[in-house]
Ligand binder design. Structure first.
Ligand SMILES: NC(=O)c1ccc[n+]([C@@H]2O[C@H](COP(=O)([O-])OP(=O)(O)OC[C@H]3O[C@@H](n4cnc5c(N)ncnc54)[C@H](OP(=O)(O)O)[C@@H]3O)[C@@H](O)[C@H]2O)c1
Length: 274
């Protein structure tokens, strides 16, 4: 099915996974509103690449943790596009704004995680679907392992925020089904991308030895496909869920992780291999 001429807004699409999603949609002929927070040059670079794909769009600054910014962002989308077909809630604030253990996290860090994920999605879905007049697609980029587990201690706020996001996916799926709007979550595993902070994801900000150790972990078999994900892998999954043929899939959180989420972590890999 051709996606030609459809219109999308992707939060946090100046870099990383958001950029990967923008480029995949653009390859399919979708026009893209590219949201960024502070990195305008990277957002403009995404737009240039969208145009190289033969599509078009515009860039828009907004802090998704501020509901008034989200309102203004969708006003601009209405001015530029008139209506909207696809909304992808992808942005995540940088680590220092939320990364702290449960006993030490500040309430500001907690609020930033919740506001940039759950509240941003609540407000973003209500605003975006006002512009969807003939069905549509809403997608949340989540991280379900962090929502389900408790081991990664400084992830407590983001894990809790993503849990709320996963839950909102289900509630909005029911609310919007009568209008032909599907609402789904995509949960990437570890995503690296290119070895820079524009084409790569936030994991590229980690020290090289930590990146090497993450890569070795996945290649050892804890990801059955023996590689980390790429922004393009996540873009492909978004593209699939935006197709006409995906119109009966709603309220689901789909793991796009090369099988990492189906591994049994209780026993050593060597024993499980048999
Ligand atoms: N990377 C992974 O391995 C991984 C795994 C699972 C899930 N995820 C999820 O995938 C999504 C993208 O992650 P990523 O690794 O690609 O992130 P990233 O490389 O750090 O990029 C973050 C993006 O969000 C934007 N942003 C930051 N704060 C914002 C704010 N307050 N308002 C609006 N935009 C803001 C940034 O804009 P600027 O360029 O202007 O700063 C940038 O475009 C996140 O939801 C994350 O939780 C990632």
């Amino acid at each position: 099915m051709s996606m030609n001429g459809k219109k999308a807004l992707i939060t946090g699409s100046s870099r990383g996974i958001g950029r990967g999603i923008a480029l995949k949609l653009a390859e399919g002929g979708v026009k893209v509103a590219i949201n960024y927070y502070e990195n305008e040059a990277a957002a403009n670079d995404t737009l240039a690449k969208v145009r190289e794909c033969g599509s078009d769009g515009f860039v828009i600054q907004a802090d998704v943790s501020r509901p008034e910014d989200i309102g203004n962002m969708f006003k601009r989308v209405k001015e530029e596009f008139g209506n909207l077909d696809i909304f992808v809630s992808n942005a995540r604030t940088q680590l220092p704004t939320f990364y702290q253990t449960p006993m030490d996290i500040t309430l500001e860090q907690w609020d930033m995680a919740m506001d940039s994920q759950a509240k941003a999605f609540l407000v973003g879905v209500r605003e975006s679907t006002r512009l969807m007049d003939h069905g549509g697609r809403v997608l949340a980029i989540t991280y379900s392992p962090g929502a389900r587990t408790g081991s990664w201690q400084p992830w407590v706020a983001m894990g809790s925020a993503k849990a709320a996001l996963d839950s909102l996916v289900r509630y909005f799926a029911v609310a919007l089904a009568p209008r032909g709007i599907t609402v789904n979550g995509i949960s990437p595993g570890g995503v690296f991308g290119a070895p820079n902070l524009v084409e790569g994801s936030v994991l590229r900000a980690l020290p090289q030895e930590i990146q090497d150790s993450i890569q070795a972990w996945h290649e050892s078999g804890w990801t059955p496909m023996k590689r980390l994900g790429t922004p393009a892998d996540i873009g492909n999954a978004v593209m699939l869920l935006c197709m006409e043929e995906a119109g009966f899939i709603t309220g689901q959180v789909i793991h796009v992780d090369g099988g990492a989420s189906i591994m049994d972590t209780v026993f050593p890999l060597e024993i499980q291999r048999g």
